[in-house]
Design a binder for this molecule. Sequence first.
Ligand code: SAH
Ligand code: SF4
Ligand code: F3S
Length: 440
Amino acid sequence: MADPKKLYIRTYGCQMNVYDSERMAEAMGGAGYVGTDRPEEADMILLNTCHIREKAAEKVYSELGRLRSLKADNPDLKIGVAGCVAQAEGEEIMRRQPLVDLVVGPQSYHRLPQMEARVRAGETALDTDFPADDKFDTLRHRPKAKRGPTAFLTVQEGCDKFCAFCVVPYTRGSEVSRPASRVLEEARDLVERGVREITLLGQNVNAYHGAGEGGDWSLARLIWALDDIDGLERIRFTTSHPNDMTDDLIAAHGACAKLMPYLHLPVQSGSDRILKRMNRKHTAEGYIRLIERIRAARPDILISGDFITGFPEETEDDFQATLDLIEAVGYGQAFSFKYSTRPGTPAAERGQVDEDVKADRLHRLQDLITRQQRAVQDAMVGRTVGVLFEKPGRLPGQMVGKSDHLHAVHVADAGLGAGDLAQVEIVESGANSLAGRIVA
Ligand code: SAH
Ligand code: SF4
Ligand code: F3S
């Protein structure tokens, strides 16, 4: 038998791309490929790309430039671009970089093996359709291999919200939810292979409305069904939109022991004027009230957010309102970005804020968030929390894992292995992680 061909995938962007890269590797496994982490020995290289900000999208072209020498050394090497840049700029990529053999959008990954056969025959292949069939349904070459203790599981894809700055509704298409039975089947399979924590993924995961027994299921209903799976210890979900935080989901945070006390709930701005221009369809006050209701259900929940500074027409007063909102909420974690103009989105046409103003605001916002994050982390000292251990630490005998609140925690000489879940008393708060000791 011939040696298997080797596939190297480089993943950019969000967790959904991480999940998709795993599925692409499985689909190509069915076509005789094994994975490699060394691009120089690959027969095929796939870049799974992100289009969310200009910098992310431009990375693809510089990476393709670097791959030129590999292709010179190995003329049989095939190079493909997948993900959101592929969707947004498919034909342009082929024009700008003739070394690209294959372009595949996020909804067409199940067609990769056929596309591979075409490029092997010396053609190029481009597929950026939004087919009606479930791409995950045909991606079933799942090897029964053992897995690490945590996994992502996409349950919903696409977005109908059309925030004025965002490319996702164009790159991922409209909202689609996978049927509950498929999600549960995949979750059981993951647990059989050693997974103890599943993070449910969706661009708008809390808008989930997958077909299930007795009609469409909400995300809360799905979480309660996952709660019944023996061996699955932890459930998380991301990313949520404030307007889809339904009562049953808030209640689940208070009642479902496996649902972890961490919620990523982006707000982007604290100014009602800007929120309106962003087409977020909620106010700052509405968001703060929502956080209060969530905290009433689960008082120790850690709140995480996303922020954009320098959205078109943002004034210093608008920005101050964002800082005020951050003060009011108290974030344990946050991701913040300078507004990046995205071609084809409504905000791209509006009055832009100077780069140095965007940068200055980002800096001030991150200062505040860093202080809050640190305070939330320091407040963990003295508390006992669950930790799921994932891998050895830098010191001999040390293990590191994630707490219920998603803090990195390390424990010395605990005699633990990856996949062990233990109650840990937090004894110290460091720069980026907590130190703890196992309690009985
Ligand atoms: N679906 C998620 C997030 C999608 S993108 C949600 O609705 O929250 C992740 C984050 O990237 C966004 O929350 C936003 O903060 C940021 N982002 C999206 N488009 C951006 C742009 N044009 N410029 C800067 N940041 C952007
Ligand atoms: Fe983008 Fe808004 Fe949809 Fe999130 S909700 S993916 S920010 S359009
Ligand atoms: Fe990027 Fe696409 Fe995810 S644009 S953030 S990879 S949905």
